[in-house]
Design a protein around this ligand. Structure first.
Ligand code: PLP
Length: 390
């Protein structure tokens, strides 16, 4: 079907690249590790990359291709590759694009495993990283080194929900001929499309809001074709591919991404407004609350505020732990972006290994609580938070 460019919601539903002889309406699951060839010449030409076709599911599979195609349309990327996890996407992207001696300039507030990768894994190949605080973003040009190749950032950040100016980062990357890579996990392509602001590549942990129901792990990188080609060749030969089953689940999930994320954001704003009025709460961080330090910027680059609310309980680390123990309905879990609301206390869990000084640098105070607001009736969510606070 050839039509003009369709809207986001329609692309999420109508992008389907394969239909079998049974003419199924909903794309089937292609559980196959390899594909057959007509004859010797077909096989030769396929292996010589003279034909675009499936050869082996580590290279491509109809389900992963459909998932990638959807994300490309949603993010405005030319091409992409899908991975078994978000971290496989992050690591493979760096490993494919960087050489020994290269340097990454990264925002200090990045996902914990990404930070560990920068600190202890990439240095094995003499790839170094230096980082900037959100407040230092204006002066990042001073931190660019002769061997800097990539600028890397997340926005909104985890768990402090700070916002970075993507257009500014895009302009700096362009001026210095650097590759700008944005981990867009917290926003999803529905709320924010970093390529519009100058990103060369966008990475997702599809495990979060893209799956949205806490079932499967997955990751994806999309963006400029010449960069994706390198990532594809690296990945095709090293094996971090997404499984067809998980790709099938994730592609179905994308059909409902806009309606789910709409409700997630609506609920999160109500939770944030409730928390802001509660006497035991010091500070609430949510991008679409007027009190958020980067409210105007969030409004500019995001459709809605996302589903993560951070707040600080009066009384520090002990009060934070006590609050968690009083939660009845909501889940204490490490995931986010699920239908079920999840509450975490970063200082005693995900960020417990950091020194207090390092924690405070990224805005993680002892009383900081992160809520990934789900799709339950928001009154039930608020009631549970209220009784635990009281
Ligand atoms: C969860 C997460 C990742 C890692 O994804 P996995 O699928 O768990 O490997 C990367 N970046 C961000 C921002 C995340 O929240």
């Amino acid at each position: 079907m050839k039509t003009n460019k369709l809207s986001f919601e329609t692309e999420a539903i109508r992008t389907q690249i394969e239909r079998s002889q049974y003419l199924e309406h909903s794309a089937p699951l292609y559980l196959t590790s390899s594909y057959v060839f007509e004859d010797a010449e077909d096989m030769r030409a396929s292996f010589a990359d003279e034909k675009e076709r499936n050869i082996y599911s580590r290279y491509s599979n109809p389900n992963t291709s459909e998932f990638i195609e959807k994300i490309c349309k949603m993010e405005g990327g030319e091409s992409g590759y899908a991975f078994a996890t978000g971290m496989a996407a992050v690591f493979s992207t760096f490993a494919a694009l960087l050489d020994a001696g290269d340097h990454i300039l990264s925002s200090r507030s990045v996902f914990g495993s990404t930070q560990t990768m920068f600190n202890t894994i990439l240095p094995k190949w003499n790839i170094t990283t230096s980082s900037f605080q959100i407040e230092e973003i204006e002066s990042i040009e001073d931190r660019i080194q002769p061997n800097t190749k990539v600028i890397y950032a997340e926005s909104p950040t985890n768990p402090a929900v700070d916002i970075l100016d993507l257009e500014f980062l895009g302009a700096i990357a362009k001026k210095h001929n650097l590759i700008l890579i944005i981990d867009n996990c917290f926003a999803t392509p529905y709320l924010q499309q970093p390529i519009k602001f100058g990103a060369d590549l966008v990475i997702h942990s599809a495990t979060k809001l893209i799956d949205g129901q806490g079932r499967v792990l997955g990751g994806v990188t999309v963006g400029k074709k010449e960069l994706i080609q390198k990532i594809y060749l690296f990945s095709r030969n090293t094996g971090p591919a997404l499984s067809p089953f998980n790709a099938w689940v994730l592609s179905k999930s994308l059909e409902t991404l806009p309606v789910r994320v709409d409700r997630h954001c609506e609920n999160a704003l109500k939770v944030a407004e409730f928390l802001e009025k509660h006497s035991r709460v010091n500070l609430v961080k949510y991008p679409f609350l007027k009190s958020h330090p980067q409210y105007e910027l969030a409004k500019k680059q995001m459709k809605f505020g996302g589903n993560v609310v951070a707040f600080e309980i009066k009384g520090g680390i002990d009060a934070g732990r006590k609050f968690l123990n009083k939660i009845k309905l909501l889940s204490l879990s490490a995931n986010l972006g699920d239908t079920r609301t999840i509450v975490t206390h970063p200082a005693s869990t995900t960020h417990a290994k950091l020194s207090e000084e390092d924690r405070l640098i990224t805005g993680i105070t002892g009383g900081l609580v992160r809520v990934s607001v789900g799709l339950e009736n928001v009154n039930d969510v608020i009631n549970d938070l209220r009784q635990a606070l009281d």
